[in-house]
Design a binder for this molecule. Structure first.
Ligand code: HEC
Ligand code: HEC
Ligand code: HEC
Ligand code: HEC
Ligand code: HEC
Length: 307
């Protein structure tokens, strides 16, 4: 056999070995372009585990723990109730083309109707996890659902990049912040500057522009970012969400709104002008008259109420 043919044979034999191995590795999620998806609720929680951040960031953690972002599937607790109604009365009844007859039919694409903003990491889980979460919602299993939320790694990793064709997908072991540097935590040893960490668009990704037309069944739960862009900014507003809600509020990661009495005071200016006088339509008939002018100025960076 010539040297050339022997080499060709070797190449064929080795590629036969490599091909199935590559297919097997891709199936197991080792492929670079398709990271492995979480197959259980616990795997999804682990994928975005922020529990150790408290070791070094006590202030940020304690503030966040009290925020609604920390209970984004439970809320005040109106969210949990309305998620349950969406599944039982929405997917299973009213939305008759949803393909959902029972909880077994629920897939990630269904939950995206709400989870696009209430739990965006569902994208990184299999349809099996969608069913498990849907069951937990129907059973009002708060213990499980309270572990699924908008935590540190959702803002400081998953949602930290919007222009993915310029900046790429968020990298796995990187914390995105306001500057580049080293991070003294072995699971996330690097900090990279996110172009949007101090920009309103970070928040706008979930605080809504209007109906979510990319969904097969659009909802409009929160549309506040729309009014920020189209009303506040055009009328000369200059502040970002972070400036008003995190800095001026002095409450950082608690990110308060009207439920916080101190922050609610910043919402409106009310000026009341009263000019009482007596009206004399005919002699001897004095009518006390009080014209009242009330001027309410919205000082928030958007329409209120909204979300
Ligand atoms: C809703 C999005 C969001 C979540 C959730 C979030 N962060 Fe942040 N974080 C921000 C933004 C935005 C900034 C930058 C604020 C600025 O400087 O204008 C920031 C800044 C920081 C900083 C820099 C110092 C500071 O306080 O400004 C640290 C540290 C930090 N975050 C840690 C955390 C930790 C730890 C968690 C989880 C307990 C967390 N963050 C959760 C949005 C978030
Ligand atoms: C062992 C301690 C430690 C742990 C654990 C830790 N951090 Fe940090 N982190 C730091 C230190 C120290 C800095 C400041 C680095 C600097 O300024 O150079 C920092 C900086 C940051 C910043 C600010 C980046 C910026 O904008 O300047 C963010 C955001 C952050 N950490 C998020 C997290 C998150 C999220 C977790 C959990 C997944 C976490 N950290 C866990 C020590 C820690
Ligand atoms: C990943 C999606 C997401 C991102 C990013 C996000 N939010 Fe939210 N935010 C939510 C959801 C969902 C809720 C409501 C949770 C609930 O009650 O069910 C919420 C609630 C709030 C509230 C109401 C708090 C209250 O106590 O009434 C404020 C204010 C707020 N977010 C501001 C911000 C700001 C400012 C940013 C950017 C720094 C931001 N959010 C980023 C999804 C997000
Ligand atoms: C100029 C300051 C300012 C800016 C900028 C601003 N907000 Fe607000 N926001 C407020 C004040 C004040 C309130 C409290 C009003 C109320 O809810 O009664 C509020 C309320 C809210 C609420 C509660 C919703 C409601 O119906 O009252 C959310 C959610 C919120 N803001 C998110 C955001 C997000 C996201 C951005 C950026 C796109 C943003 N805010 C920009 C000042 C601001
Ligand atoms: C475009 C993003 C987005 C989508 C999609 C979305 N939400 Fe929301 N939702 C939010 C934000 C942001 C808030 C916080 C607004 C606030 O606090 O003023 C919120 C608040 C809520 C609240 C009130 C929270 C409370 O604690 O009182 C309920 C209930 C709710 N959402 C249910 C749902 C349900 C059910 C779906 C799906 C049918 C859904 N949302 C879809 C972003 C969204």
């Amino acid at each position: 056999m010539s040297k050339k043919r022997r080499r060709l044979k070797y190449f064929l034999a080795s590629s036969l070995l490599i091909l199935p191995l590559a297919t097997f590795m891709a199936d197991m999620g080792f492929s670079k372009s398709q990271p492995q998806k979480a197959r259980t609720i616990d795997e999804l929680i682990k994928m975005y585990d922020s529990s150790e951040c408290i070791k070094c960031h006590v202030k940020e953690y304690e503030e966040w723990k009290d925020s609604l972002h920390a209970k984004s599937l439970i809320g005040t607790p109106r969210t949990l109730g309305s998620l349950r109604t969406t599944i039982l009365n929405g997917f299973m009844k009213e939305q008759k083309f949803s393909g959902v007859k029972s909880v077994e039919d629920i897939q990630v694409k269904h939950l995206m109707q709400c989870f696009k903003c209430h739990l965006p990491q569902i994208e990184d889980a299999t349809d099996e996890v969608a069913k498990q979460i849907a069951k937990a919602i129907i059973d009002l299993d708060e213990a499980t659902l309270s572990k699924l939320n908008i935590n540190c790694l959702i803002c400081h990793n998953k949602k930290a990049i919007v222009h993915k064709w310029i900046d790429g997908e968020p990298e796995k072991n990187v914390i995105y912040g306001t500057k580049d540097g080293a991070h003294p935590y072995d699971k996330y040893p690097t900090i990279k500057k996110s172009a949007i960490m101090k920009e309103s668009v970070l928040c706008g990704q979930c605080h809504g522009l209007g109906p979510n037309f990319e969904q097969p069944n659009p909802t409009q739960c929160a549309t506040l970012y729309g009014s920020y862009l189209h009303a506040y900014i055009p009328s000369g507003g200059t502040k970002t969400c972070q400036e008003c809600h995190m800095h001026d509020s002095k409450k950082g990661h608690k990110i308060p709104a009207y439920r916080d009495p101190e922050f609610a005071k910043r919402a409106v200016d009310v000026v009341v002008d009263v000019a009482p006088y007596f009206f004399l339509p005919k002699a001897g008939d004095l009518v006390p008259t009080i014209p009242i002018t009330v001027k309410i100025t919205n000082k928030a960076g958007h329409r209120i109420p909204d979300g």
